[in-house]
Design a protein around this ligand. Structure first.
Ligand code: T4K
Length: 393
């Protein structure tokens, strides 16, 4: 009976909200103990011991030569762009991404040029990307959306052919692997976000990883006002302050020790969503159909048939299931990027259909079952629900 749905006056399925992006955290006691030590010794930032330790731990975890932690992923993208490309020009990016991706470029004076995505994987379509390269193009920024690696060989071949630097926004992809190698090792460098809502977090934070010694040195200078890092006040050019504090780094060190627990829970939840929904009009995005990569299962992405994404999100929110639209509208439809008439049909279709469901350490298997039961009901009674909502408006 649709009257039993909370949106029409019934009791919500969950008493407390279930979020997309609830932070995965090490035990509170451990974090407080470490914070007490940091406050006691009064070394809070500027290349402190916890930042060094986090960089070393991430290097080991990703098996990458250099890790430069930063204050957030956006600054990481800005620094990487400055280190890799000349001062002006066009950079090809997907429009189906968080607006921080093009914003980081635009903030540094580059023009983001949007390319379309693959309808199955939702990452850059290499053919569309190459068609958008012009004499003004100075770089390619791929995004490993949902933790799915870009078509790395195809993008690398294009970058080599056109002599362009290729780097990656790996905000979604910490802990993911491509052909057995961790994301963090590809392109000229890769940029992670460690925001609270990400699979691995430091509350706010991020990192740039690379196997290039010269580039790593440059990134470290740019992160610290342009200082060359020998303790003198000598600079090599304009830099910024993108340093991570000791408190944030310590959260990262502790959270990293729990990473297997986080991925296991995500995988259990993801498999349960898949098992419950695979035969329905709510198609769970596949993290397992490709044998070439391993996911962190952080994003439970569902594409809907026969029911609008907005309608389902409204119904779920009333039930305290805070599902989210992603990335809708896509970047080329928001200011200041909406002035040019882009034709990106796959981006348009995917951003109209996709919703992301709660997972992570705060979501249990039984919660997933209840969420799926509701989604199934909504998909089956889509017409009735839509009509009732229309009548109410
Ligand atoms: N590239 C990509 C592909 C990205 O997705 C992002 C960031 C970036 C680059 C840039 O990286 P950063 O500079 O951010 O490091 C969030 C995040 O602010 C942003 O980091 C993230 N992507 C983006 C997709 O989402 P909001 O404004 O949508 O988050 P908010 O506050 O609405 O929270 C979402 C849900 O998470 C809520 O239901 C509540 C829950 N939540 C959130 C926070 C912050 C918590 O439970 N605890 C928390 O502390 O932006």
């Amino acid at each position: 009976m649709i009257e039993q749905l909370a949106i029409f006056g019934g009791e919500p399925t969950f008493e407390k909200p279930l979020h997309v992006g609830r932070p995965n955290l090490a035990p509170t006691r451990d974090i407080l103990d470490v914070f007490a030590g940091i406050l006691e010794c009064k070394w809070l930032t500027n290349n402190g011991g916890w930042v060094h330790r986090l960089e070393a731990d991430i290097k080991r975890y990703l098996d990458v030569k250099h890790c430069v932690v930063v204050a957030n992923g956006t600054l990481g993208l800005e620094i990487a762009a400055r280190a890799l490309m000349p001062e002006h020009g066009e950079v090809i990016v997907p429009s189906f991404t968080f607006v921080a991706t093009p914003n980081a470029l635009a903030w540094q004076g580059y023009k983001p040029v949007f390319a379309d995505i693959n309808p199955k994987t939702h990452v850059l379509d290499p053919v569309d990307l190459e068609a958008r390269i012009t004499d003004d193009t100075v770089g390619i920024l791929g995004v490993h959306t949902w933790g799915t690696p870009c078509e790395i060989e195809a993008l690398t071949a294009i970058a080599v052919r056109h002599k362009l630097p290729l780097f990656f926004d790996a905000a979604h992809a910490f802990g993911c692997k491509y052909r057995g190698q961790s994301i963090g090792n590809f392109g000229r460098c890769e940029v992670f976000s460690f925001h609270a809502t990400k699979f691995f977090n430091t509350a706010e934070g991020g990192a740039i990883t690379t196997n290039d010694d010269q580039l790593a040195k440059k990134l470290r200078e740019l992160r610290n006002f342009g200082f060359i890092g020998d303790g003198s006040q000598t600079t090599t050019g304009v830099g910024i302050n993108a340093k991570m504090s000791e408190l944030h780094a310590a959260v990262g060190v502790l959270n990293l020790t729990e990473i297997k627990t986080f991925v296991d829970r995500n995988q259990i939840n993801y498999c349960r969503y898949w098992y419950n929904l695979w035969h329905t009009g709510a198609h769970v995005y596949s993290h397992e159909s490709q044998t070439t990569y391993r996911s962190n299962f952080q994003y439970v992405v569902v594409e809907l048939d026969g029911l609008s994404a907005d309608t389902l999100v409204k119904v779920l929110h009333a039930e305290n299931i805070l599902a989210r639209r992603y990335f809708s509208p896509p970047c080329h439809k928001v200011a200041p990027y909406n002035q040019e008439g882009y034709y990106l049909p796959v981006t348009k279709a995917v951003s109209n259909r996709v919703i992301v469901l709660p997972t992570g350490m705060a979501v249990m298997r039984q919660d997933v079952d209840k969420i799926c039961e509701l989604i199934l009901y909504c998909v089956e009674h889509g017409d009735e629900i839509s009509k009732e909502l229309d009548d109410a408006n």
